[in-house]
Design a binder for this molecule. Structure first.
Ligand SMILES: Cc1cc2nc3c(=O)[nH]c(=O)nc-3n(C[C@H](O)[C@H](O)[C@H](O)COP(=O)(O)O)c2cc1C
Length: 576
């Protein structure tokens, strides 16, 4: 048992943001940013007990800082850090994942300590390059990679994608046996307790946090648990809330039980790809994102590492298969493809994509074999003509949505039948106008016919739109994004309505054959619309199967003053 000498230092600020620095193990200090009053997280996640953002400093012969803090702690955090260490002596900054509440001060730390080498997962470093906008030294780590800080502090990295960001890594210190997990095992709970000595006080928050952030990725949680099972863990240093020390096995078992139960109930797509080959990681991630939007679970499996037994079990459990073509020269991947084919069964959905490594296994013979077995193709093969760009990523996202929607089509039909007749008709009396939402981000654009649209505020002028979670346009409607709300005209809306209700193949141009001109915010204005408004998304609220997107209106115009808006009258309320 390690005996700790604790020094707790608190710096109070008027808005109840405080900082706590505590030595938690030899050469190891936590710097906790306590956000006592925060009442909301990720828009949809209400908090009762505030939250904390935990950062850690390990001072061996070399020094590593694990994560930073939220921007709102800028001064407090940097002062606290400087009181512990001369910033010019920090060697590594480990970014467990790039969500702004932990990496919000990475840019500042790098400005003050440009000698630092940032350590992160491949995707994490890519995300950071877009956040920091300045060159920085970095090292990409994979599962099992190690960095030696000296004085016994050898750090081992554990890949934990989707817990709850795609780029998440855990760090294990072999000397102190502390596992740094960032979001995993955390909770939004802010009080003076540094550790979990009062489990009854925090269990509800621990579970709520799991349900909101980890439950949707239950299979990824199970995969990460498998990776940490071999580690002797004395403390779990979480990124939010108290650190775990007194009841570790209990907390880990909760994660295992909840995830197993969740995984059993899910419709699953097994996504096989050759890790680190060509662009397979990027494409696999984009397809997985699309699948997740439809409420279908996805498990990413490396063709170079998976055991045949594991592959057979997964194919058996999966309703859909997605495969990124591995290199022809890798015998292990070849064998894995054979195992998948042998275990595949009719009625499963399948989708294939090229990985672009230069010696991809050809896609079409494999496609024919799946067709012979009787699998249904959920999206056409994705071929690579050039390195991934926004257009290809969007295509992959939409391909993921397509396979997810195909697998959940029964659920959709059932929902349309599920209402009580009278209620159904009463709800059907809610009538709205007809609109087309259009948006452009960089080189790519999207559009959707919508009727669940309403004015939502006067000052500033604002509108609200209900957007189903699995709409292609949903990724264009994040806070800060811009869009145009086109109002369709009574007597002159059918052509546009018919066009935008077509089933568009993944990545296709939704504006082909439609007259548009660009708005000041870049989104397309439909030339045949009665009116348009240029808007910016301010927030999104999660409402079960839809996002309510609230946007402020910047400018707008009416084409014909005497014309009326097309109105959509419905008979029943269980669909649009
Ligand atoms: C009359 C009508 C109104 C609609 N209103 C909405 C809406 O408000 N929100 C929404 O998410 N979908 C709405 N839809 C569904 C989408 O417009 C439709 O499914 C579209 O084709 C989606 O394309 P995507 O799934 O390829 O993104 C509506 C459909 C119809 C027929």
């Amino acid at each position: 048992m390690i005996v700790l000498t604790e020094t707790i230092k608190k710096v109070n600020s008027p808005s109840r943001l405080t900082l706590q620095t505590v030595k938690i193990a030899p050469e190891t200090t936590t710097i906790r940013s306590l956000d006592w009053d925060r009442d909301r997280f990720d828009i949809e996640f209400g908090l009762n007990n505030g939250t904390t953002y935990n950062s850690f400093l390990i001072q061996g012969e070399k020094t590593a800082l694990i994560d930073t803090s939220h921007q709102k702690f800028r001064q407090l955090y940097l002062d606290g850090l400087e009181s512990l260490i001369d910033l010019s002596t920090i060697d590594y900054l480990i970014v467990s994942h790039t969500e702004p509440d932990h990496s919000g001060l990475v840019k500042e730390v790098l400005q003050l300590a440009p000698q630092v080498t940032v350590i992160g997962a491949k995707v994490g470093i890519q995300f950071l390059e877009n956040m920091v906008h300045q060159p920085f030294k970095h090292r990409i780590v994979k599962n099992g990679d190690r960095v030696d800080l000296g004085m016994g502090h050898e750090l081992e990295f554990v890949s934990a994608p989707n817990l709850h960001w795609p780029d998440t890594i855990f760090t294990y210190d072999t000397k102190t046996r502390i596992l740094y997990t960032c979001d995993a095992f955390g909770m939004h709970y802010c009080d003076d307790f540094l550790f979990d000595e009062e489990p009854d006080l925090i269990k509800a928050d621990f579970q709520y946090y799991y349900d909101c952030l980890m439950g949707p990725n239950a299979r990824s949680v199970l995969a990460a648990l498998k990776r940490i099972d071999k580690l002797a863990i004395e403390k779990i240093a979480t990124g939010h809330g108290p650190l775990l020390q007194h009841h570790i096995s209990k907390w880990v078992e909760h994660y295992r039980e909840w995830s197993q139960a969740q995984a059993k109930a899910e419709t699953l797509v097994a996504l096989f790809y050759a890790e680190d080959y060509g662009y397979s990681d990027e494409l696999a991630r984009a397809i997985a994102n699309g699948i997740i939007k439809t409420g279908v679970a996805v498990e990413l499996v490396s063709l170079n590492a998976a055991e045949p037994q594991e592959i057979r079990e997964l194919v058996d459990a999966a309703a859909g298969l997605v495969i990124g073509m591995p290199p022809q020269s890798a015998p292990i991947a070849h064998t894995a493809l054979g195992t998948i084919l042998a275990a595949a069964r009719p009625k499963q959905a399948v989708g294939l994509f090229e990985s672009g490594g230069g010696e991809d296994e050809p896609i079409y013979p494999l496609r024919n074999k799946f067709q012979e077995i009787g699998l249904s193709e959920a999206f056409p093969p994705i071929s690579l003509k050039e390195p991934p760009n926004q257009t290809l990523e969007q295509m992959c996202d939409e391909a993921g949505i397509d396979i997810g929607q195909w697998l959940t089509r029964d659920r959709t039909v059932q929902q349309m039948k599920s209402l009580d007749g009278n209620l159904d008709k009463a709800l059907g009396r809610l009538s709205n106008g007809l609109y087309v939402i259009t948006a452009k981000k960089g080189e790519i654009s999207s559009a959707m016919l919508a009727s669940w649209v309403t004015q939502a505020s006067l000052s500033p002028l604002g509108v609200a739109i209900a957007v189903a979670k699995d709409r292609a346009i949903a990724s264009f409607l994040q806070p800060g994004d811009r869009f145009v709300l086109n109002v369709l005209e009574e007597g002159n809306y059918r052509t546009l309505m018919k066009h935008f209700l077509k089933r568009f193949p993944p990545g296709s141009d939704r504006f082909a054959g439609i007259k548009t001109y660009p708005a000041t915010n870049g989104s397309p204005i439909l030339a045949d619309a009665l009116a348009y408004m240029e808007c910016e998304v301010t927030s999104r609220m999660e409402c079960s199967d839809h996002w309510i997107v609230y946007g402020t209106v910047q400018t707008g115009r009416v084409a014909k003053l005497d014309a009326l808006t097309a109105v959509h009258h419905r008979k029943v309320g269980n669909h649009y």
